[in-house]
Design a binder for this molecule. Sequence first.
Ligand code: PLP
Length: 383
Amino acid sequence: MHTNSVIELSQNALKNNIAFLRKTFGSKVQLSSVVKGNAYGHGIYSFTSMAYAAGVNHFSVFDVEEAKTIHAHLNQKVTIMVMGLVTDEDMEWVITNEVEFFVFEKKRLLKALKTAKLFQKKAKIHIELETGMNRTGFDKKELGSLIAILKKEKEYFEFKGICTHYAGAESIANYYRIDKQIKKFEEMHQIIVAHDLKPEIKHSACSAASIMFPQTRMDLVRIGIMQYGLWPSPEVFVNYLNTKKSKVDPLQRVITWKSKIMNIKTVQAGEFIGYGNSFLAERKMTIAVIPIGYSHGYSRSLSNQGRVLIKGHRCMVVGSINMNMMTVDVTDISNAKIEDEVILIGRQDNISISVASFSDLSNQLNYELLTRISKTIPRKITD
Ligand SMILES: *Cc1c(COP(=O)(O)O)cnc(C)c1O
């Protein structure tokens, strides 16, 4: 475990976000908390405990490793749904532990049914339909053979749901593509139902779709980024605000990432700072060294770009982000000293560094920066 930084997770912020989401979607729509990618970098174990305490009882993951982490501490109390990969080796565990999973191609379906027969336990499947993302899901032309298999093997599975995923609902530029997907999903749903196969639920929405296209909410929404207190894109946030009188952001960021100054240095005008010559001190400067680098998930692309908070001031990263360290300019802050608190993401006094601001700077999405944050940094749950 690293002790040079800590990630704090706010229980109250999460409670607020879950309450907002429930209010937005209403009581008829089930909320599934998406916790793939180590709960978007927050730490899957801590985050799922917090979410459970906030009333969440349905989790979506990408793979079986993540499902096992949740199963190990919330077993029996929650529904776990694997949206991505279930390998042949994992099929037995998934079915015998009643974990639900997406089935998006025929080979997987046959393996699931075979395993179900072998262990006398029904596979809890969600049939994923290809509606235009062109990634995973059964094509319309495969429906005939899919339906034939499902009808023949009825007693070996529970038809938990049918689902699809949209190709970029966070951007208005994709409006027509998403709209086509929504229609295609309904059309394929009708074909399945017409053959007397009744999925328990229908689901399709991620955060962006749930706000931009309310008709995609259906029976369950799979919400990732918004429960962490971030919007999928500025467009989605603006779109949401346009429907409201209040212009206050209803979401609260759950994560805070903090460290401490490990060294202070004075640099003379005309000297370069750090490796190479990417930053030249044009005046006499005071530099604080922070024990965080790209090995901890602070992207190298934030070299000479990122900002951190020290003593309530925004400070520029100067020079390149190293593997374990970075340097920031504290010239204009009076008496910054070793051990002073440094906020990488979060709030200090009245200013805040949001993940969004650091991802705008590095041209990456919130999603990517968050999931890069190292698993080995300790997570601490706070109020
Ligand atoms: C990641 C993911 C989601 C959640 O996306 P957000 O934009 O974070 O809400 C929903 N569905 C699927 C299939 C996903 O992979």
